[in-house]
Design a protein around this ligand. Sequence first.
Ligand SMILES: Cc1cc2nc3c(=O)[nH]c(=O)nc-3n(C[C@H](O)[C@H](O)[C@H](O)COP(=O)(O)OP(=O)(O)OC[C@H]3O[C@@H](n4cnc5c(N)ncnc54)[C@H](O)[C@@H]3O)c2cc1C
Ligand SMILES: *[C@@H]1O[C@H](CO)[C@@H](O)[C@H](O)[C@H]1NC(C)=O
Ligand SMILES: *[C@@H]1O[C@H](CO)[C@@H](O)[C@H](O)[C@H]1NC(C)=O
Ligand SMILES: *[C@@H]1O[C@H](CO)[C@@H](O)[C@H](O)[C@H]1NC(C)=O
Ligand SMILES: *[C@@H]1O[C@H](CO)[C@@H](O)[C@H](O)[C@H]1NC(C)=O
Ligand SMILES: *[C@@H]1O[C@H](CO)[C@@H](O)[C@H](O)[C@H]1NC(C)=O
Ligand SMILES: *[C@@H]1O[C@H](CO)[C@@H](O)[C@H](O)[C@H]1NC(C)=O
Ligand SMILES: *[C@@H]1O[C@H](CO)[C@@H](O)[C@H](O)[C@H]1NC(C)=O
Ligand SMILES: *[C@@H]1O[C@H](CO)[C@@H](O)[C@H](O)[C@H]1NC(C)=O
Ligand SMILES: *[C@@H]1O[C@H](CO)[C@@H](O)[C@H](O)[C@H]1NC(C)=O
Length: 540
Amino acid sequence: MEALSLHRIQLSIFATFVFLSLVWSSSYANSVHNTFLDCLVNHSESSHPITSAIFTPNNTSFSSVLQAYIRNLCFNTSTTRKPFLIVTPFHVSQVQGVVRCAKKHNLLIKIRSGGHDYEGLSYVASQPFFILDMFHLRSIKVDIDTETAWVHAGATLGEVYYKIGEKSKIHGFPAGVCPTVGVGGHISGGGYGNMMRKYGLSVDNVVDAQIVDVEGRLLDRKSMGEDLFWAITGGGGSSFGVVLAYKIKLVRVPETVSVFRVRRTLEQNATDIVYNWQHVAPTIDNNLFLRLTLNVVNSTQNGTKTIRATFVALFLGDSNSLVSLLNEKFPQLGLKQSDCIETSWLRSVLFWTNINITTPVEILLDRQPRSPVNYLKRKSDYVQKAISKECFEGIWKKMIELENVAFQFNPYGGKMAEIPSTATPFPHRAGNLWKVQYQTNWNEAGKEVTDHFINLTRILHKYMTPFVSKNPRGAFFNYRDIDLGINHNGENNYVEGKVYGVEYFKDNFERLVQIKTKIDPHNFFRNEQSIPVLPNPMEK
Ligand SMILES: Cc1cc2nc3c(=O)[nH]c(=O)nc-3n(C[C@H](O)[C@H](O)[C@H](O)COP(=O)(O)OP(=O)(O)OC[C@H]3O[C@@H](n4cnc5c(N)ncnc54)[C@H](O)[C@@H]3O)c2cc1C
Ligand SMILES: *[C@@H]1O[C@H](CO)[C@@H](O)[C@H](O)[C@H]1NC(C)=O
Ligand SMILES: *[C@@H]1O[C@H](CO)[C@@H](O)[C@H](O)[C@H]1NC(C)=O
Ligand SMILES: *[C@@H]1O[C@H](CO)[C@@H](O)[C@H](O)[C@H]1NC(C)=O
Ligand SMILES: *[C@@H]1O[C@H](CO)[C@@H](O)[C@H](O)[C@H]1NC(C)=O
Ligand SMILES: *[C@@H]1O[C@H](CO)[C@@H](O)[C@H](O)[C@H]1NC(C)=O
Ligand SMILES: *[C@@H]1O[C@H](CO)[C@@H](O)[C@H](O)[C@H]1NC(C)=O
Ligand SMILES: *[C@@H]1O[C@H](CO)[C@@H](O)[C@H](O)[C@H]1NC(C)=O
Ligand SMILES: *[C@@H]1O[C@H](CO)[C@@H](O)[C@H](O)[C@H]1NC(C)=O
Ligand SMILES: *[C@@H]1O[C@H](CO)[C@@H](O)[C@H](O)[C@H]1NC(C)=O
């Protein structure tokens, strides 16, 4: 309820702003032009002039630069507030200049790497702002001898995987499934993928980092110190500085891995299979990651709706072992050898993102998504106790009633349960069976349509309350969801920040607040869901 009314207030504030901003933005941009732009130019080194990295609304390519990394069409409308400037640095000195000048002129900065933030927080704001767009800063250096790589923030996961695969057939990296996701947001926010049960999150495999802090200093792990390093391995980058790069530890993968995608509807005993999945997926061999997605489809027999369960697997081993493993532990699935494909780890990435695995792997270098970008809403939850068959039947009924909703269940256990919950800001470790992602996609513009679909997602989330974690109800930070609450831009409100902060970070929230207070006491790096600074004791 609270989240809903917050959102309404936000919408009405937003509507007012849309009007004002049309009048306001051109004069605002001009005054900014005279001060901020001069400062940027003055700060840029002659060897790296910044003018070719600056886009004002006057530049003809302003809109295309803005739209190039929008991954949720809800934030691609004519009424979405636009930045007064986009800076696309191609050298670290320019990032330093941008931070120093923005701080001097007290301007709101939004940092964008891959643009996959579900709520668009890297490129929208409710106040005048500019975008620091990192897409030029995307070099990747893989060193097989030390089994590490330096990956820059603007690189995509597909580029990272491709560069690793170019050097080695027996190395990989545990990060997200979607190849167009950006390193900057993904790793700073935790980052998980289909090797999570074997190797943990991306941040469990980060050994060094480079960041530009609020003073414009370029720091590495040694010079930033362990507190700040800890914070940017799961606490999100945008509260702490501009992440330039991470040094990642590569992991070993077999030359041949196995994948499958198997579908079962309710008529094919999906309830029974899903019920059993809960006990198998989080406890089975760590080499197996078995994702489950659930959606509403038309029944083949008659005009009614049914639920379809899709099981997608990555097994770090051959298909004979996979089939015998599953026939022993999960006979209900009825997996056959013919369901399985053996391939390289790199090509398994294609399979998981629905690209035919015979496609040349260079497709991973495409920075634009293959499938059309949608309007979308996402939410998340954690399940800690198995759900009964009767309760699943209730869930199916609710899904069929709502129709345009889907679930993705990602099993935990394995390595995830071994890492202490304080090792990184990401707190959802032992005790979690799986993470739920709520997914609603649509492809029609308009406020009413948008409200309708967001509403469906919220209704399903509410329905799930008895089955998921509570006190606090957990959520995954990388699955950004502003329904959890917002910290209004420009203000620093610890109380507001604690609401979403505790859902994302649980007991790690307070340590994030302390680090934030120490390194950025004036809350320069902020967004709607950033880590707040400690309230001034005088104000309390
Ligand atoms: C299609 C799709 C698939 C996804 N799949 C997965 C998945 O498999 N696993 C998973 O864990 N997550 C997944 N996500 C979520 C994804 O990890 C997060 O949205 C992540 O934050 C995206 O990073 P980005 O750089 O692309 O996003 P951006 O929108 O550019 O940034 C996201 C946030 O990070 C901040 N940020 C970005 N770059 C920097 C930087 N250089 N320095 C400081 N702050 C920065 C931004 O300001 C913003 O707050 C998926 C998202 C989408 C849209
Ligand atoms: C944009 O162009 C107009 C008209 O040419 C000019 O007055 C204004 O200063 C320019 N604004 C910026 C931000 O460059
Ligand atoms: C930029 O440098 C010029 C010449 O050095 C100086 O006159 C001007 O005041 C500077 N502008 C800013 C915004 O620092
Ligand atoms: C945008 O336009 C300004 C002049 O208005 C120019 O100085 C700048 O180089 C242009 N940016 C790009 C990337 O072309
Ligand atoms: C975003 O909107 C513009 C029109 O304003 C459109 O040209 C562009 O194709 C849209 N982006 C996507 C990914 O659909
Ligand atoms: C569903 O389960 C029943 C009993 O467990 C079994 O007889 C039947 O063959 C199964 N149906 C399918 C499609 O697997
Ligand atoms: C299901 O059937 C209805 C009409 O009977 C159709 O409009 C809808 O597109 C179908 N949905 C899917 C997912 O095929
Ligand atoms: C539609 O088919 C399913 C599966 O065969 C069956 O369970 C259901 O009762 C049928 N519904 C109607 C309305 O006939
Ligand atoms: C993948 O592509 C190959 C070659 O074009 C084709 O023969 C095969 O049928 C495709 N597989 C799938 C699952 O579409
Ligand atoms: C959202 O759902 C609730 C409950 O079904 C309904 O009362 C409300 O009108 C819906 N709002 C929108 C915008 O669809």
